[in-house]
Design a protein around this ligand. Structure first.
Ligand code: ADP
Length: 311
């Protein structure tokens, strides 16, 4: 399975250009779409999930070797997409007084599992996979955020989708729930195309074999996270500064990011060679890649893209 997005653009009626000629190749496995709020992630996710149409562009789901007619034209053949799609939107409602087991059984009927025995087996397998078996009889209204998200995944997995879209799934989860949820996603990624949209860099760093960075509707980088980090080696320098010094450092250097550390400010800057004796070279991480690319530091994007493309 492979999703090919070509030249997708969308301008809302209020004039916001949410997507600007977005092209991406998304293979099987976990794919991270990383960008700040308002970048256009949900617009792209909803478009792939057939909930809205772009103004321009095409989206095709199929094997790279598919014959014409076998691959699905996502924009024109919405029913075909929906049969193979699992979508976990940013917000979804549940019936608070119903148990997970009953609601999942209900969705399984809608999905076409008419045979009771088979339906029971499918529902049990999904509740076990999403670690909800022990709480299957509790009301959904009493579920924590993480449990609700896992229930959403169980619903999305009914019918064995080959394309799964999860939009900002970890926002609001506590650290243990987040890890559990991400592990569940990575298991699923072994069999399907899974697109994870997020503004949390660590979600992508821990999980995704490929990723794209999007901002203001534009793809700034498409790469393998590890390769993008390696490409930045030797160009990230760190220094701890007092707060009062920060504006001067920002004026004189290409600052990637600043972090508070025990009351002082740790600054990472981008430079081809040592920016000064007060700086130490430091091993970059995906956060450095993300903020360098977002800040448009010359070189960071081109290097990461070149390595991403070569691998
Ligand atoms: P993200 O998911 O990355 O936060 P969105 O796709 O939700 O980004 O939004 C991208 C831009 O489009 C934002 O500026 C947002 O305000 C705007 N937008 C999103 N949905 C609509 C809509 N239905 N009508 C008008 N503008 C919208």
């Amino acid at each position: 399975m492979h999703l090919a997005i070509r030249g997708v653009s969308k301008t809302y009626t209020n004039g916001v250009r949410a997507l600007r000629s977005v092209s991406l190749d998304i293979p099987r496995g976990m794919y991270g779409l990383l960008g700040p709020n308002g970048a256009g992630k949900s617009t792209l996710m909803r478009t792939i999930a057939t909930l809205q149409e772009p103004d321009l562009g095409s989206i095709t789901l199929g094997d790279p070797t598919s014959q014409p007619g076998q691959a699905i034209d996502v924009i024109r053949e919405k029913d075909r997409v929906r049969r193979t799609l699992g979508y976990l939107p940013q917000e979804f409602g549940v019936y608070p007084s119903v148990s997970a087991e009953r609601l999942l059984d209900h969705f399984a009927v809608l999905e076409g599992f008419v045979d009771r025995g088979e339906r029971r087996r499918v529902v049990e397998a999904l509740l076990r996979q999403t670690n909800l078996w022990d709480v299957r009889r509790e009301r959904l209204g009493g579920y924590s955020g993480g449990m609700r998200q896992r229930f959403g995944i169980a619903v999305a997995l009914l019918g064995g989708p080959s394309l799964i879209i999860v939009d900002e799934p970890t926002a609001g989860l506590d650290p243990a729930e987040r890890v559990r949820f991400l592990n569940l996603l990575s298991e699923i990624g072994e069999q399907a195309v899974v697109i994870l949209s997020t503004h949390i860099v660590d979600d992508v760093a821990e999980l995704c074999s490929r990723m794209a960075i999007i901002d203001k509707g534009e793809i700034l980088l498409e790469a393998e996270p590890l390769a993008a980090v390696v490409a930045l080696r030797g160009r990230v320098w760190r220094r701890v500064v007092a707060k009062a010094e920060l504006p001067d450092v920002e004026r004189r250097h290409r600052v990637i990011c600043t972090k508070l550390q025990a009351g002082r400010t740790l600054v990472h800057v981008y430079a081809e060679s040592s920016p000064g004796p007060e700086f130490d070279q430091t091993e970059p991480d995906l956060e450095d890649v993300y903020f360098s690319v977002m800040a448009g530091h010359q070189g960071a994007r081109a290097e990461a893209a070149a390595i991403g493309a070569a691998s």
